[in-house]
Design a protein around this ligand. Sequence first.
Ligand code: NAP
Length: 281
Amino acid sequence: MAEILKGNVVAAKIKEDMIERIKKLEANGTYPTLGIVRLGDNASDVSYEKSIIKNCDAIGIQSKVFEKETSMTTEELIAFMEELNNDKEISGILMFRPLPKHIDEEKIRNAISPSKDVDCMHPLNLEKIFEGDMTGFSPATPKAAMEILLYNEIPLEGKNVVVVNRSMVVGKPLVMMLLEKNATVTICHSRTKNLDEVTRNADVVVTALGKPKFFTEKFFTKDSIVIDVGVSMTEDGKLSGDVDYENVVNLVDKVTPVPGGVGSVTTTLLLNQVVMACENN
Ligand code: NAP
């Protein structure tokens, strides 16, 4: 049976370090504060917001929710972002996306102050990652996958890593993070031919499709290390990763569970960036 790479131990280590840093900031009269911007009351946004606030409370980060009308215009939202950018009490800003279709998301991404951009949506912050500079804000999901690999001391230098996803929120920034660790990276997507052959030849496979139980045993070998980023629902309404976990766990060397894997590290990393923003500002 595979070694299970759990996210909670990784998150706990990051939290331990954050608590010390928050104490130092508070001693100087500075309180890390996350500003959450939500347009409308989409159920999944509201549920994610509740979980973030709970996590903020647990660690000593303050949070403020700004609920706005979905009917607001791009210009109105830009003006509001400027207010938040200038608000000294707000250390970092999280904006729920996707935004309503009539809003020009590119303009909004450019409107957030790069120094408060804890969700890494401003092009300047993404550019840093693509230049190989990992010292700034990172998109939380690919960073969570990296943190799990690093915490478990999984060698990356010279190793073959396959990433099945080419989106800007997961695959592309993850490839940059892996390259920075000197991995040899292959990026796969829906047009990739013979995907199972490609993944079987990898040392590490990162899956992020959003298709429950897609990756069966035929995609892996006994030496595979599998990081499952995908989150979706099975037909019977159960939360699932991309990996057919119940079967794959009996074959591979190491695997992350869903839930309890990558997802349990992402919120912690987002909050870590709020503390970073507070320290930098
Ligand atoms: P996305 O933009 O839909 O990307 C899916 C990727 O999978 C695309 O690159 C797509 O290829 C590829 N793909 C789809 N079908 C494929 C197939 N049959 N074979 C090979 N590649 C295939 O989604 P996303 O926003 O990046 O999110 C991906 C997954 O990560 C979702 O399950 C999401 O819920 C999850 N996620 C998890 C967290 C977390 O904290 N754990 C956070 C964010 C997202 P093309 O580019 O060719 O279409």
